[in-house]
Ligand binder design. Structure first.
Ligand code: PMP
Length: 644
């Protein structure tokens, strides 16, 4: 009911509503001089502590929250109900405390009626908050202050009751004994802010609270309980990063906030391309979800707007899309297309490629060069001029690496598969982001085309500005027949896209009529459109180039002091940093790299390792990274290298 009253009062104002009366939460510390009337010394101290907390912490926060005219006295004594049906509210009385105040105060007052002293106390408060929220959506900060306001309300009532008893004993008493409210305060303190607030947050489906400081960190026991639950519910082999798994509950821009009370600079995760929880993307998702969430079998403009905008970022021949849910699915569809269009059934990949998890695409993902491949797949030697078989000072480097495709194509022909496609991650991420020799991809493309195959450019890692331009295949100067996208497309909202020519798409659809229920749904398209907005508006492609170059130049400077740094390479916001124990031999510093990951974690910086010897740091921070963030990373790296 109170949410409806407050909705009705929205926009209403009268100068008389600026009331400084004693029940105003924001001026409650003025009651402090009356605390002396509370007889019991301990109780007095407890009440004073609440006023102190209000003054130092809560009131300053309230000031930035929503204000309007509110009733501010809706406890059960002021609510009228149907005598025949006590659950039916028929009226609200006593407008004497009505004032212009913080909206959430309405809830704190309504909590006067929760059954203190019973196990239902917290659930009842949660119910009040949730039912208010269902009519008038609460903000997270408001919910987080309810506990303090309920405490303050009891402290205020105890003080006012004690003062009235002492100063105006002749007046009729309509408030219970002051100590009743001190008892209530004690009960609230027994439950504690964290537990109480967690119940309210859950009732409104706000995520779990994230501690603001190490003092409030989640206990080791609680973390251990989660690890155990994860093992039993998600399987014992569900992997996690780091020896001791990280637990995050909040993120913003390049930062992740952990339940240990620290913030971590995220230099690893490439899904939040435009920064974690970018408000524009978050709002677009929420607004579309609130309006309509349905699939591409219906006509709606956002999918068409998105397809049009996305294809306009690619070469003109790439003008048609299929929406799916992930990078794996996009590659699966691309592979089906390649077989259908070429009539061949074999493919080339990098020998340590990763392309996803569907039944067939798992086979395109050997991860390591020695993994046996099925006969229809041939792995190419990774063109790595730093530690590959042919190195940067070899004048025939490019030809030697490219020649491996002749072998692979001949083998596919010999086995009767022929060449349907070369599926290539333009970033060569799973190979450790090698510095692919200029012209290598073009040389392979030529051979593929001569063999009748298509170029499937997997842009799951390299797309959307990661390499300092829109697409990684553009960096390599090749013409893609099919482009697959995943990960950053929706900045975390699931969306995969296959972009190809009209002809390929139409021939494929004639045959398959492929439809993905969630692929390209209205909410996913809203996310996709919002990601494009941010990349354009914040000039992130340009920033990816300049900040990425700065990152590599800063690391290169460190190399003069730290012999472990063997090689730094990359483009835009994709960097490979290779560690060696001996620069001449280029021997991989595998154990040192593993240790460095842990040391960097202690420095509150997240990185990951890559490559067959796990001696390469793969750095893929979001494109909103600035030079200041690079400095934080480089300082942490330097200290970690010193500590090795
Ligand atoms: N291709 C590449 C290059 C990838 O890196 C990945 C995921 N890491 C995928 C495809 C698969 O994407 P998803 O996990 O969304 O299925």
């Amino acid at each position: 009911m109170m949410a409806n009253v407050d909705l009705a009062l929205r926009g209403y104002f009268h100068p008389a509503a600026i009331q400084q009366h004693p029940w105003n939460f924001e001026t409650c510390t003025r009651l402090r001089h009356l605390i002396q009337h509370i007889g019991n010394v301990d109780a007095r101290a407890e009440v004073d502590e609440i006023f102190e907390h209000m003054s130092e912490i809560v009131i300053p926060r309230l000031q930035s929250l929503r204000h309007q005219v509110i009733h501010q006295d809706a406890h059960t004594d002021n609510i009228l109900v149907d005598p025949d049906d006590a659950t039916r509210i028929t009226g609200l009385i006593d407008f004497g405390d009505l004032l212009y105040g913080t909206l959430v105060a309405e809830i704190a007052v309504a909590c006067d009626s929760i059954p203190y002293g019973s196990p239902d106390m917290v659930p009842a408060a949660a119910e009040i908050v949730a039912s208010f929220d269902s009519v008038l959506a609460l903000e997270e900060q408001e919910v987080d202050l309810v506990f303090d306001l309920v405490c303050a309300r009891n402290a205020m009532t105890a003080t006012i009751a004690a003062a009235r008893l002492a100063l105006t004993p002749e007046q009729p008493v309509h408030i219970q004994s002051p100590l009743t409210f001190v008892d209530r305060l004690r009960e609230l303190q027994r439950v504690g802010r964290a537990d109480f607030t967690q119940h309210l947050r859950t009732a409104c489906r706000f995520p779990v609270t994230c501690p603001n400081s190490a003092n409030e960190a989640l206990s080791d026991d609680e973390e251990a309980r989660l690890v155990e639950a994860r093992r039993s519910l998600l399987g014992r082999n569900t992997t996690h990063f780091y020896e001791r798994p990280m637990h995050f509950e909040r993120a913003r821009g390049p930062w992740l906030f952990s339940t240990d009370g620290h913030r971590y600079l995220d230099c690893y995760n490439n899904v939040p391309q435009v920064g974690h929880c970018h408000p524009h993307v978050v709002r677009a998702i929420a607004r579309q979800a609130a309006a309509l969430n349905t699939n591409t079998r219906y006509l709606y403009s956002s999918a068409l707007e998105y397809a049009d905008r996305l294809t306009s970022k690619l070469a003109p021949h790439l003008s048609a899309c299929i929406f799916v849910n992930s990078g794996s699915e996009a590659n699966d569809v691309a592979w089906q297309m390649a077989k259908l269009i070429t009539g061949n059934t074999g493919a080339l990949i990098m020998e340590d490629a990763y392309h996803g998890v569907t039944d067939v695409i798992r086979q395109f993902s050997p991860g390591r060069p020695e993994t046996p491949l099925p006969a229809f797949l041939k792995g190419l030697i990774v063109p790595d001029p730093y530690r590959g078989p042919f190195r940067e000072n070899d004048p025939e480097l490019l030809q030697k690496y490219a020649a491996d495709a002749n072998r692979a194509i001949a083998e596919l022909d010999a086995s009767g598969h022929g060449t349907a496609a070369f599926m290539i991650d333009s970033a060569l991420c799973s190979s450790g982001v090698p510095d692919v020799p200029d012209g290598y991809m073009q040389a392979i493309e030529k051979k593929i085309r001569a063999a009748g195959g298509l170029m499937i450019c997997d842009e799951v890692q390299s797309g959307f500005g990661r390499m300092g331009q829109w697409w990684g295949h553009e960096h390599h100067g090749v013409r893609a027949d099919i482009v697959t996208m995943g990960k950053p497309v929706g900045n975390g909202h699931p969306l995969g896209v296959v972009v190809t020519t009209q002809e390929i798409l139409n021939r494929f659809m004639d045959k398959t009529r492929l439809f993905s229920t969630f692929g390209g749904n209205t909410v996913a398209c809203a996310a996709g459109n919002a990601v494009l907005d941010v990349i354009e508006q914040e000039n992130l492609i340009e920033r990816s180039r300049t900040v990425g170059d700065y990152l590599r130049s800063e690391i290169a400077q460190l190399a003069s002091k730290h012999a472990l740094i063997g090689n730094v390479r990359g483009h835009g916001m994709l960097t490979g940093l290779e560690f060696v124990t001996d620069r001449a031999e280029r021997s991989p510093a595998t154990s040192e790299t593993a240790r460095l990951l842990e040391l960097m974690r202690q420095e509150c910086v997240l990185v990951g390792s890559e490559g067959r010897d796990a001696n390469i740091l793969k750095l893929r921070p979001s494109l909103v990274f600035e030079r200041d963030h690079v400095d934080v990373f480089v300082d942490a790296l330097e200290r970690s290298l010193d500590a090795l």
